[in-house]
Ligand binder design. Structure first.
Ligand code: G3P
Ligand code: CA
Length: 239
């Protein structure tokens, strides 16, 4: 079972910041996951929510800021004053960190709430320009974006994200040509996971911060977990 640092090492550093990503890269776990939105002037930025309210000292929708405006905000102090210098990173800054590693890089397109026009193309172009197409997995709750990604770059892996219990998630993933399925807890414990595994599906589960749950998922046979505490989970899979 692989370990993927969710939003970087986000249990111990402010999520989706360069500090959290550098910590994950230093751990050399199997992979990292992060979330991408797009600014008013078309820059790709790494942040979870569609607004900056929760994780910065500012407020408002990302789509309403230029990149330069967004960079004025502090993206670390909400977590701890130690991280007051952290900014909302640009996608290229984050890719630069992981290009130097052999870690899998899961880019989640956050176009399910704000439908950012042209974001899928921009992300794929940047991944191509960084020569990281074999290292990257594109995932999204926006399944239309996954379909579009496959049309634009069939060789880049995709993964459908779901929080729902579905009758045949493996067949649905096949329909979207997605190579993997990323399932939320607690849906991951439902029959659909075992059925999908028996059909040969690749299953990764988010977000698993409890070692007991991680052990149960390991026994079920899921392929990876996303965790905010990668340092804690590494020992589990190495035992
Ligand atoms: O990609 C797995 C997980 O990150 C999806 O949910 O809300 O944490 O982005 P969320
Ligand atoms: Ca995410």
């Amino acid at each position: 079972m692989k370990i993927i640092a969710h939003r970087g090492s986000s249990g111990t550093y402010p999520e989706n910041t360069l500090a959290a990503f550098q910590a994950a890269a230093n751990l050399r776990v199997d992979g990292v996951e992060f979330d991408v939105h797009m600014t008013k002037d078309g820059e790709l930025v790494v942040i979870h929510d569609e607004t900056i309210d929760r994780t910065t000292n500012g407020g408002g929708y990302i789509k309403d800021f230029t990149y330069k405006e967004l960079r004025q905000y502090d993206a670390g102090s909400w977590f701890s004053p130690t991280f007051a210098n952290e900014k909302i990173p640009a996608l290229e800054e984050v890719l630069s960190i992981f290009k130097e590693t052999n870690m899998t890089v899961n880019v989640e397109l956050k176009s399910d709430i704000v439908p950012y026009e042209g974001m899928t193309e921009r992300v794929l172009r940047m991944v191509h320009d960084f020569d990281m197409e074999e290292q990257v997995i594109i995932s999204s709750f926006d399944h239309e974006a996954l379909e579009q990604a496959k049309q634009l770059a069939p060789h880049v892996q995709t993964a459908l994200l779901t929080m729902e219990v579905m009758v045949d998630v493996a067949d649905y993933a096949h329909l979207l040509k997605a190579e993997a399925i990323h399932i939320a807890l607690p849906a991951a414990y439902r029959k659909m996971t075992k059925v999908a595994l028996s059909k040969g599906a690749i299953i990764r589960v988010f977000t698993v911060n409890d070692v007991v749950q991680a052990t149960e998922l390991l026994e079920i046979g899921v392929h990876a977990i996303f965790t905010d505490y990668p340092e804690k989970m590494v020992d589990l899979v190495n035992e």
